[in-house]
Design a protein around this ligand. Structure first.
Ligand code: HEC
Ligand code: HEC
Length: 609
């Protein structure tokens, strides 16, 4: 499977290796967050996913009414709350007396979600060149991420998928909102009519619309840095981030160096991408972001001597001097383009394609155990491959959608290829790809192209790739499953919730009936439990054949700089032990992820292990 890439990449990038260096630095740099702590990697450091277990729970914030209007549930499940320490007993979130029967007694159920802690709530004031922390105002968190009257870090409303192999997804995010075409500015591609950048043309700066295909990762990457949940104070723009990283610090009225890339983190001298630039045994890289952008991107995107002034009404004027705090150089103004494309170039190198299943597919029959080979047969005959298809193990892939199209009819309903409602939660808890973009249009290409068709898009989520699934618990968009076995029990009982029949809504497992143990030649005979048990064991064994040892052992290209990750707060969900005198926020527990070079290091602890 070729690694997808944009057709017109040469219009933007002049040196791909330099872009990969820039992208890896930006992905791992804690200084990108408004707090000087929160990096992309903070939530994607363990096999590309997140294994933290304290302050990782969030209430049902994505709940909607039947007409799709928001109806967020801000209350946590009984006995839980912000800064809760998860334990194995909390899983699965929909817990049945008989895990093989979805109609058996519900012991407990919750619309809470296991996800990732981001930033404390704050309002943006300004960046300070040379300083990792932005100037912000801390206010009581309006969404309620507080214990008593102390703010804690806010937690995202959906589980954190891995970015490894995400380059193969045609669209990204569970609901597919990171569009395949990148507009250079935000996640919404052509859906946003007002997205444009400035290109230098002789002495002029020309407002220019940008579109790159196969760039869902760039569309994705420009969301978190300005998200007031993930990495940002509320109100910070990408121009502000550009300003933070390109302006020199003022020291007694002298201009000295701007923020050094990865300035708070050690970079292993044998890092497969950054090693040559590492200042080891000191922190950071021996370069600036400005220099990296100039070596990676074509000059028409950064070289102008003119400035873009963003006026209070949102209009822009081209000026020759910096007059207001909202006047930006071309490099600052176009920073979202550099950030998005460079991070995408880096993530496109995170291809995991060396698992036992790959060697088996190449003809090495000893690559799988006898049990794994039986599991492969179960995978194929029970229909798993119908939604987790091909080498990518998902129908939501560029490869599949290029041949199959964005939409198709499946079991009588029009669907967005690769997106299915499989009844993890009741549909109203989260509409998934049936939800809306910020312009009020449906995210669903099926609904968009055929508004009157009966679809199955409400509550439908992207079928994730299953590669390295052994390493990336918890599972599903709600993070409600701790083990692969819990997922297989879920499939064996054909889902948690029956949502059949309503317009635009159907639970495919209800129709599809995985029914482990049923003899396909005598479907009228009841499920054989001993046989079902064996099939689940074999299937679980097969899924571990999708693990790439380079991912487990953090070997190149999956090696990385040091990282300090916030990991809940001293105290628990009832009481915070300490608050910071200056901010009034809870103090962070911090987890150190050591830097590793191309040869990797010890496997990291997995979720609740
Ligand atoms: C606070 C935690 C957090 C931070 C910080 C964060 N992410 Fe994520 N990431 C998530 C969550 C949660 C999702 C799923 C959100 C959704 O689907 O609605 C996600 C989804 C993704 C995906 C989509 C994968 C897929 O299969 O759909 C990619 C790629 C990704 N993140 C990369 C990044 C990059 C690049 C950054 C930095 C610019 C970043 N993340 C910062 C939590 C985080
Ligand atoms: C009808 C399509 C469909 C079928 C059939 C299907 N899956 Fe899935 N699978 C999905 C979707 C969609 C999700 C995500 C659902 C969600 O989060 O709401 C998913 C999620 C998963 C996950 C969780 C991965 C993660 O990273 O969170 C695993 C594991 C999995 N499937 C394995 C299987 C196995 C094994 C089978 C066969 C028994 C199977 N699937 C059959 C569509 C399907």
């Amino acid at each position: 499977v070729p690694v997808p890439r944009p057709d017109n990449i040469e219009d933007f990038i002049k040196n791909e290796d330099a872009a990969i260096i820039l992208g890896k630095a930006l992905f791992w740099d804690m200084q990108v967050g408004s707090d000087g702590i929160q990096a992309c990697a903070s939530c994607h450091f363990n096999a590309g996913a997140d294994s933290r277990t304290k302050n990782q729970l969030t209430p049902g914030l994505n709940r909607v009414n039947a007409d799709g209007s928001p109806n967020p549930d801000t209350a946590f499940g009984a006995g839980k709350g912000p800064n809760y320490q998860l334990t194995a007993k909390d899983f699965p979130f929909h817990n049945l007396a008989d895990p093989n029967n979805r109609n058996s007694t519900v012991l407990n159920t919750t619309n809470d979600v296991t996800s990732s802690q981001g930033v404390f709530f704050s309002l943006f004031k300004n960046v300070v060149p040379g300083r990792a922390t932005d100037n912000v105002d801390f206010k009581p968190d309006p969404v309620g991420f507080r214990v008593g009257n102390v703010n804690v870090r806010r937690v995202e409303p959906r589980q954190t998928p891995t970015m490894i192999n995400a380059v193969f997804n045609f669209r990204n995010f569970w609901d597919g909102r990171a569009q395949n075409d990148f507009n250079g500015v935000n996640s919404f591609g052509e859906r946003d009519p007002d997205a444009f950048l400035y290109r230098a043309d002789g002495k002029d700066l020309v407002a220019t619309k940008v579109s790159l295909n196969n760039s869902s990762l760039a569309s994705q990457a420009v969301a978190p840095p300005v998200s007031p949940f993930e990495m940002s104070a509320d109100g910070r723009t990408f121009q502000d981030i550009g300003n933070k990283f390109s302006q020199p610090m003022l020291l007694m009225s002298f201009k000295v160096f701007p923020l050094r890339p990865l300035g708070k983190q050690l970079v292993h001298p044998k890092d497969s991408v950054l090693g040559k630039l590492s200042l080891w045994p000191l922190t950071g890289l021996n370069t600036t972001y400005e220099a990296l952008i100039k070596s990676a991107f074509k000059p028409e995107w950064w070289s102008s001597k003119k400035y873009i002034q963003v006026n209070p009404n949102g209009n822009k004027s081209i000026v020759s001097r910096k007059t207001t705090p909202n006047t930006f150089t071309q490099m600052e103004y176009n920073f979202s383009l550099f950030f998005g494309l460079a991070v995408q170039m880096y993530e496109a190198t995170l291809v995991s394609d060396d698992a036992p299943i790959d060697r088996f597919a190449e003809g090495d029959e000893s690559a799988l155990t006898a049990q794994q080979i039986r599991g492969l047969t179960v995978f194929q005959t029970r229909g798993c491959g119908g939604c987790h298809t091909g080498s990518e193990f998902t129908n939501a892939s560029v490869g599949r959608i290029t041949t199959q199209g964005l939409t198709r009819v499946f079991l009588g309903r029009l669907i967005d290829e690769g997106f299915f409602n499989i009844g993890v939660n009741p549909t109203l808890e989260d509409f998934g790809v049936g939800g809306k973009d910020p312009f009020g249009n449906t995210l669903s290409e099926a609904k968009e192209s055929s508004p009157t068709a009966n679809t199955a898009v409400l509550g439908a989520f992207k079928a994730p790739s299953l590669r390295n699934v052994e390493l990336t618990a918890p599972y599903m968009h709600n993070g409600g499953f701790r083990t692969i076995r819990q997922v297989l029990d879920f499939y064996g009982r054909n889902g948690n919730f029956q949502t059949r029949g309503a317009p635009d809504e159907i639970d495919f497992l209800g129709l599809f009936a995985i029914n482990f143990g049923d003899d396909p030649t005598t479907p009228e005979i009841d499920t054989d439990t001993a046989r079902a048990e064996q099939e689940k064991k074999d299937l679980a064994a097969f899924l571990t054949a999708l693990t790439d040892e380079r991912v487990r052992n953090q070997k190149a290209p999956f090696d990385h700089p040091q990282l300090f990750v916030p990991n809940g707060h001293p105290g628990d969900h009832l009481r915070i032990k300490k608050a910071d005198n200056k901010t009034g926020n809870a103090i962070d527990n911090v987890l150190q992820i050591p830097a590793v070079g191309r040869n990797g290091g010890k496997p990291l602890n997995r979720f609740l292990q």
